[in-house]
Write a protein that binds this ligand. Sequence first.
Ligand code: HEC
Ligand code: HEC
Length: 226
Amino acid sequence: MRQVNHRRSLMLGMLTSAVALAATLAWSGALAQGQGSTTAAPDNQTDLETVRRAVHVCAACHGEGGRSTVAVYPRLAGQQALYTVAQLRDFRAQKRAETDTQAYMWGVSALLDDATIEGLADYYAQQTPAPGKPVKPGDKALVEAGRKIFAFGLPARARACADCHGDNAEGAAGFPRLAGQHADYVFRQLKVFGTRLRPHGVIMKSEAANMTTAEMKAVAAYVATR
Ligand code: HEC
Ligand code: HEC
């Protein structure tokens, strides 16, 4: 699935857009039904039902249980709930503003209330993470360079990622899980922290500021294998 050729990835892209469109329509339906029930006192049953419907929409892009197989869509399975809540709120407030975020997540999150956001974050935190990507023989040196950065940091330039993201990149509370995340997505975020598009990534701005592109690629390749 990951080593798709160009033609196949083009087709996948088209397919994904179609699925996303269908999902958006289904989502409007879910919203309309949800609105009908807001007059009733909220109870756990309705909350769970709303989360269940929402998860169905998320799965169109983020995959079953959040185990996305397409690098454009970050994996959510096993992600720290506190972190996911913060991101969904930032999307809803249009504070996190990368191009793909605007295109995909602003619309989706606009419809989520706080209870649903918390329910979604709990749901994904409980999902079994997808396994890390096997190391390709040609990537051994790259992944090893990334491991060193992750475990020890870069002298006078970046702290060890493990200090905040955990020894196994599993994350904790507001520090996101990076283990098994798509390398392309991780790399993109490291670049984005150097812009104004993730204003709540203040801690990461200083961590990423003095890393070279090659170092970012290496550490991204490493966490993807965890
Ligand atoms: C149409 C496709 C699409 C749908 C549907 C969708 N997402 Fe996303 N989501 C994306 C993309 C693309 C990104 C990455 C944006 C970027 O790279 O800037 C993303 C990013 C995220 C992130 C940030 C992950 C991280 O590691 O920081 C979270 C959390 C998230 N989505 C949750 C959800 C939830 C919950 C739903 C369902 C309510 C959902 N998404 C529905 C496409 C989608
Ligand atoms: C001092 C603590 C700290 C250190 C050290 C640190 N991070 Fe982070 N990192 C964070 C926090 C906090 C966030 C959440 C930022 C946000 O909310 O936008 C984050 C977010 C990220 C994200 C975005 C994840 C996503 O799903 O979008 C990536 C990628 C990342 N860090 C990689 C790294 C790498 C690689 C290193 C080591 C070079 C590192 N971090 C070192 C605290 C840290």
